[in-house]
Design a protein around this ligand. Structure first.
Ligand SMILES: [Zn+2]
Length: 677
């Protein structure tokens, strides 16, 4: 089950675009400090700092046809993917990790074998489609759904293990919303012209997939309508993204019997037995109204329609590893229509990503040996300590917090665990069989393995050693239930960090990313967890009110930013990330000035230390993007558009105004600066 975590960027698969066909990592001449070539010196930094910091980079880096966006994160990912590609395309040396790496190589090879995929046609999913076909009695649905869930097909709802929000030391069972394929629940509910058109295209896409799978056109069209009706019912009962940000809104632990009473038409005993879940007495029903809606749906929907829905779920979930016609249809709707991507990425890039997603730690081990040095780890640990010190001072000095709440905040801060690079214990993939010519079956077996790993945790103590990102991932995260900050090896590279680089730039980039993750522990979501990872209110009523007022200022600020024609940022959806960006940059500046910047006064490349720190911050966000991708991001992603990730925080900081001598009425100087941390 997806674990709540808050990270610094988009998930890998979303950010990624594409690729130069090369097997060696490109030799990049990374600047020793500020990237002077990226600057647009015609723009006044006080007018639009992002444009000043990134303008020339943006002009030189339009979005390639096979990507949705192209930014500095993409550049780093390209380097990491090139390393991974080489690892899966060349035989492993003797020694540690040989088996797992060979397995990853076979997995990749099967994914690359298009002619085999083409000739296999629908054979890999034929048994699943046949099982669906055999459904006669709705009483047998729980067993069928459990089977599909084991293959990673998220039909009707999600079920798995999760950390008990009231006791973060243990794992319990959890049921949550799911089962609809459009990116956002609101896509099913909104009545504006764009949404209506999108749904019409969605029905056409489902019809096309059914037709490709052999259904007569009339039946395909009727089935597609039935599918959308079912998904709409699920979406209607689902909670929206903003409401889900409150951990209390999805915390309803109850006895299994209570869940069963709510859903008389769906047997959880049958489901759990078929899923091979360990026995459990308590289950967190994230959204009780959602499971009630599932129950209603099961009771009221003709079996033929349910079968159409399940067929669609299987086809949709497998489409990218099915023959070309299916993969192309899937790309056309979910990437071209929804995100503006013009062409599919080269196959090798998709297959490297697929291998990383399914066998990530098998490749991660080899990646770390190749791409991660002790200097990076030592520097990061030092920066983490500096940033934590800055946060201690920041909490201590907060004029709006009482001593009582400060004490609790400090206790939480002291309990934060930091992890750099990669897990201490590597996952053992011995149980997964990988065949060099079975792309989809390999994925199904890998997902079954994940599923069993996940279910086995029910009733067990929390494993604090696990990572939620693979080592090559260009991202970082904070886990509120573990109260830890995590920096995979993949992100510890330029432009975020470079050993021996100007410290001002390292602090403005990597330092602010560390500060960002740390601040997540105290954002609108994180502040509702204590240092042990339990959802617990440790705020006095007055301090909580002051916090909400400060947070509302940030929400209103970002809600004013336009990211595409007719699209603005949702300040409430992005509140946690924006709070983390604002706090992260401030902590980085404090830490730098107290540490390596204490005596640095000299200009380098014409910029003062503070100016270089702010440029380090902004230049990591340089990104070209398509309007469709911006619109999709604004609707579904808790991170703001990169332009405002750069500009939003600096415009709240008098330190920035001073560093660039901005006039009081300059666009980058907000008359009412917002500040939480
Ligand atoms: Zn974040």
């Amino acid at each position: 089950m997806r674990r709540a975590l808050t990270c610094v960027a988009l998930p890998l698969a979303v950010v990624l675009g594409a690729a130069q066909a090369r097997t060696q990592p490109p030799r990049v001449e990374e600047p020793k400090g500020v990237d002077l070539d990226a600057l647009d010196r015609k723009t006044d930094p006080c007018t639009d700092f992002y444009q000043f910091a990134c303008g020339n980079w943006l002009a030189k880096n339009p979005v390639p046809a096979d990507r949705r966006t192209f930014g500095r994160f993409t550049e780093v990912q390209d380097r990491n993917l090139a390393v991974l590609r080489r690892l899966v395309e060349t035989p492993a040396k003797e020694g540690s990790g040989q088996t797992d790496r060979a397995k990853a190589a076979d997995y990749y090879a099967a994914c690359m074998d298009e002619s085999k995929i083409e000739s296999a046609a629908l054979t890999p999913i034929a048994p699943d489609l046949a099982t669906i076909d055999e459904l006669v009695n709705p009483d047998d649905l729980p067993v069928l759904v459990a089977h599909l869930h084991a293959l990673g097909v998220p039909a009707l709802f999600r079920f798995g293990s999760q950390t008990d929000k009231g006791d973060a030391t243990r794992q319990i069972a959890g049921v949550d919303q799911g089962g609809f394929a459009l990116p956002d629940r609101d896509d099913y509910l909104k009545s504006d012209e764009r949404s209506v058109t999108l749904r019409a295209k969605y029905v056409a896409h489902i019809t096309q997939l059914f037709t490709l799978a052999g259904a007569p056109p009339d039946k395909a069209a009727a089935d597609a309508k039935a599918v959308v009706a079912i998904e709409t019912a699920l979406a209607t009962a689902a909670l929206d993204r903003v409401a889900r940000r409150d951990p209390n809104a999805t915390n309803h632990p109850m006895g299994v019997n209570e869940l069963q009473r709510m859903t008389p038409n769906f047997s959880w005993r049958k489901y759990a037995t078929a899923a091979s879940a360990p026995p459990f007495q308590v289950v967190n029903v994230a959204i009780p109204d959602f499971v009630k809606a599932v129950d209603q749906l099961v009771a009221a929907t003709p079996v033929a329609d349910l079968k159409a829905y399940l067929r669609w779920q299987v086809l949709h979930d497998s489409a990218d590893l099915l023959p070309k016609a299916f993969a192309a249809a899937d790309f056309d709707f979910f990437s071209r229509t929804l995100a503006g991507q013009q062409e599919p990425p080269p196959r090798w890039r998709r297959c490297v990503l697929e291998t990383d997603a399914r066998l990530g730690e098998a490749l991660g081990k080899a990646f770390v040996e190749e791409a991660f040095g002790p200097q990076a780890k030592a520097d990061m640990l030092q920066m983490v300590q500096d940033i934590k010190n800055a946060m201690r001072q920041d909490i201590d000095a907060a004029p709006w917090m009482s001593g009582e709440t400060k004490k609790a905040a400090m206790a939480k801060l002291e309990a934060v665990v930091d992890r750099i690079g990669y897990p201490d214990t590597w996952r053992d993939y011995a149980a997964i069989r990988v065949a060099r010519d079975e792309a989809l079956a390999n994925r199904q077996r890998a997902l079954q393995f994940d599923r069993q790993r996940d279910l086995k945790k029910i009733g067990q103590p929390v494993d604090r050693g696990e990572w939620s990102m693979t080592p090559p991932t260009v991202n970082a995260y904070y886990s509120p239930s573990r109260n830890n900050i995590n920096f995979p090896a993949g992100i510890l590279q330029p432009p975020f960090y470079r050993a021996g680089r100007d410290a001002a730039v390292n602090y403005g980039a990597a330092g602010a990313v560390i500060g960002h993750e740390l601040t997540h522990g105290f954002d609108d979501q994180g502040r509702k967890y204590d240092g042990a990872g339990n959802v617990r209110d440790w705020w006095t009523a007055t301090d909580a009110k002051s916090y909400e007022e400060r947070a509302a200022c940030v929400a209103d600020q970002y809600s004013g930013y336009t990211v595409a024609p007719d699209t603005k940022i949702n300040g409430r959806l992005t509140l946690g990330e924006n709070t983390a960006d604002n706090g992260g940059l401030r902590l980085a500046l404090m830490a730098y000035l107290a540490g390596p910047g204490a005596r640095a006064k000299d200009k380098v490349d014409g910029f003062t230390p503070e100016q270089r720190l702010f440029l380090g911050w902004a230049q990591q966000w340089c990104e070209s993007s398509r309007p469709e991708a911006e619109r999709l991001k604004a609707q579904t992603n808790p991170h703001s558009s990169n332009r405002y990730r750069a500009n939003g925080p600096v415009s709240n900081m008098p330190e920035f105004q001073k560093a660039f001598s901005c006039k009081a009425n300059a666009p980058m100087v907000r008359p009412q600066a917002c500040r939480v941390w």
